[in-house]
Design a protein around this ligand. Structure first.
Ligand code: CTP
Length: 449
């Protein structure tokens, strides 16, 4: 018996797939089809496959062409499968020509002509092309808009900087003259303006019937947040908070392990985020008012709120302002006391510290090394070091890509997965609002010139 094997994602099964499977089957007597697992697709850069693994396996099964279906979960698995299953022929479409020649050491390799004019990517794009407009500071929009290219079915409709800024990288997009024009040309908007303007920009977009994703904090009080959520619900719109770390695979998996009790009962969370602003260059960073709370407080708060919740018994804030630039907080610290746990968020743009995250529990602790907010790995450490475990996950686009894909999915499917719970969004808005409006003890420092 001549065994043939082929692999693919088989998302939104189309006739290109069927023709490939028919011809693969004709190469032998027994056809094995490997369907890629969601996690493996992510590693390969396919972040927004529409159908689940179960649905995609079902697609292949229904063709009646596969004698056996397996799941492809890891890089290098093809060699294992070929040896394990006694495969004679490996085949795949000609878009992969040359790529799998290394398998000829183990079996015959055949590239079949790819069917022209159809692909899952095109089908995903055709289904709903979401026009995403950007409003905000030019510098901020560059990074986020570039990530849109990785998300199927999403395009940048245009950019608008209400503060008059520009950037050469943004010239590839349509530059809008005003927010109205941007809203008219978009199905959804990404709000990346200064945090003091978020509420206004989000509200205007929701009132215009547009879905919104807004950089954290989405507003500067819990009441403002409630108003925005109510407005979104009333209009049937998706309103999501953008905080890229929440969408990074390593962070998300760490959270799940902690919530599953892997380190026992959590007693402390210490999260530190800092970056040094370029204060030597004529104080640009200061005039932009992109201070430490704007840049870091939401991220530093995220693990504390997601692990310990929103019901802290007390919360003490300290901020250090530069005397030479009043109102620019260079450093901040927020200490929480919960019923049976404590937490500290430390952050700065004029002060540098080790940017790690430590979650201490009664049976061990999680250590996420600096810069924890864009890490691809973490460790669970225990008293008995032989029980320590390291976890590695690929980080694509610092989490922004997943954030955009998740936003698109929420709009398209009507039931998005909430990587950030509404309670967390509310708490972040309330705490940042309190911090910036003098809810903190203020110290004065100055950089040494
Ligand atoms: N295939 C083909 N003709 C097409 C599309 C796919 O022969 N028009 C083949 C691929 O070469 C591969 C198999 O079908 O051997 C499964 O491909 P898959 O990656 O699942 O489908 P694509 O449509 O190429 O998906 P995407 O657009 O996401 O890359």
């Amino acid at each position: 018996m001549r065994k043939v094997i082929t692999y693919g994602t088989y998302d939104l099964l189309h006739y290109g797939h069927i023709r490939l499977l028919e011809r693969a089957k004709a190469l032998g007597d027994y056809l094995i089809v490997g369907v890629t697992a969601d996690s493996f697709d992510k590693v390969r850069g396919k972040i927004n496959v529409s159908q689940s693994l179960t649905q995609r396996i079902e697609n292949v099964r229904k063709t009646g062409l596969a004698d056996e279906i397996i799941v492809e979960e890891y890089e290098g698995q093809k060699i294992d499968d070929i040896k394990r299953l006694g495969v004679d022929v490996f085949t795949v479409g000609s878009d992969w020509r040359g790529y799998f020649d290394y398998l000829s050491e183990f079996c015959e390799v055949v590239y079949l002509d790819r069917t022209q004019g159809v692909s899952s990517t095109e089908l995903r794009s055709d289904r709903a092309s979401l026009r995403l407009g950007f409003i905000g500071c030019a510098k901020e929009m560059v990074k986020q808009s570039a990530e849109v290219g990785y998300v199927n079915g999403m395009t940048v409709s245009g950019v608008f900087d209400p503060y008059g800024g520009t950037s050469p990288e943004l010239e590839v997009y349509r530059r809008m003259d005003g927010y109205d024009q941007l809203l008219e040309s978009s199905d959804a908007v990404f709000v990346l303006s200064h945090s003091r303007d978020h509420f206004k920009h989000v509200k205007t977009a929701l009132e215009a019937g547009k879905h919104v994703i807004c950089e954290s904090p989405v507003a500067l009080s819990e009441a403002e947040c409630d108003e925005l959520f109510a407005l979104a619900d009333e209009r049937g719109l998706v309103f999501a908070e953008a905080l890229k770390t929440a969408y990074a695979t390593a962070y998300h998996r760490m959270l799940l392990l902690v919530q599953s009790g892997r380190i026992g009962r959590v007693v402390s969370v210490q999260s530190t985020c800092t970056s040094l602003a370029d204060l030597q260059n004529g104080g640009d960073a200061l005039t932009e008012k992109w201070s430490s709370a704007d840049a870091w407080l939401p991220t530093a708060l995220l693990p504390i709120l997601q692990i310990l919740g929103h019901e802290a018994r007390s919360c003490a804030m300290t901020r250090a302002d530069f005397g030479s630039a009043p109102g620019y907080d260079a450093f901040g610290k927020v200490d929480f006391v919960y019923g049976s746990a404590a937490a500290t968020a430390m952050f700065g743009k004029g002060v540098k510290a080790e940017g790690s995250l430590v979650v201490a529990g009664t049976e061990g602790y999680v250590f996420v090394p600096a810069p924890w907010w864009k890490t691809d790995y973490f460790e669970i450490r225990r008293e008995d070091q032989t029980q320590n475990r390291r976890f590695f996950y690929q980080l694509d686009g610092e989490g922004i890509r997943n954030e955009l894909a998740s936003f698109a999915r929420a709009i398209q499917t009507d039931h998005g997965y909430a990587f950030i719970e509404r309670e967390t969004t509310r708490a972040i808005a309330g705490l940042v609002g309190r911090f910036v409006s003098c809810g903190a003890e203020v110290l004065t420092i100055d950089p040494v010139s």
